[in-house]
Design a protein around this ligand. Structure first.
Ligand code: FES
Length: 163
């Protein structure tokens, strides 16, 4: 019986050291530690594309993003949005043929791909900062707005200049 208890103690001690060691390593690296934390329970419209090669109708070249709304049809509708990770850009259709382009790098701690969108607001789920579609801050912990980029439109072709 004692051996079993000692074994359990040893096991729990090993488990404790394993866990604290892991936390220490993650803290030392300082990357992605909080990215899995999210208290946001708002409904989320999934982005139409969120990865390299998955951005149908979206091309990126020389600091210019070009979107063909005939292909990226979800982005053509009000409330449609997408994250372009390779450019670290959020695009959102705000209605009346208008699209806004914002950096996806959160001004709090620089999470760049943990975004949800609902009720016309972006939420960085790393720590819960929220932003309007024009990049202005709704609530922290961030204290600064998101940078915006100029967007032009010619028919169904939308161009975002990142320079
Ligand atoms: Fe903390 Fe976005 S990185 S809220």
């Amino acid at each position: 019986m004692k051996q079993i208890q000692s074994g359990r103690l040893a096991d729990s001690r090993r488990e404790f050291l394993r866990k604290t060691g892991a936390v220490g390593i993650m803290s030392t690296l300082g990357v992605g530690f909080f990215t899995a934390c999210s208290e946001d329970t708002e409904p989320n419209i999934p982005p139409i594309a969120d990865g390299p090669g998955g951005n149908s109708g979206v091309t990126v070249a020389n600091n210019v993003i070009t979107i063909d709304l005939e292909v990226a049809t979800a982005l053509a509708e009000e409330g449609g949005w997408t994250l372009i990770p390779q450019s670290r850009v959020l695009l959102v259709n705000t209605g009346s043929n208008n699209l806004n382009a914002l950096t996806s790098v959160c001004t709090h701690s620089a999470c760049d791909r943990n975004w949800t969108f609902s009720n016309n607001r972006f939420t960085c789920t790393c720590h819960g900062s929220r932003f309007n579609t024009d990049g202005s801050l709704v609530n922290g912990p961030a204290t600064r707005p998101l940078r915006t980029y100029p967007v032009s439109r010619n028919g169904n072709i939308v161009t975002v200049n990142l320079s």
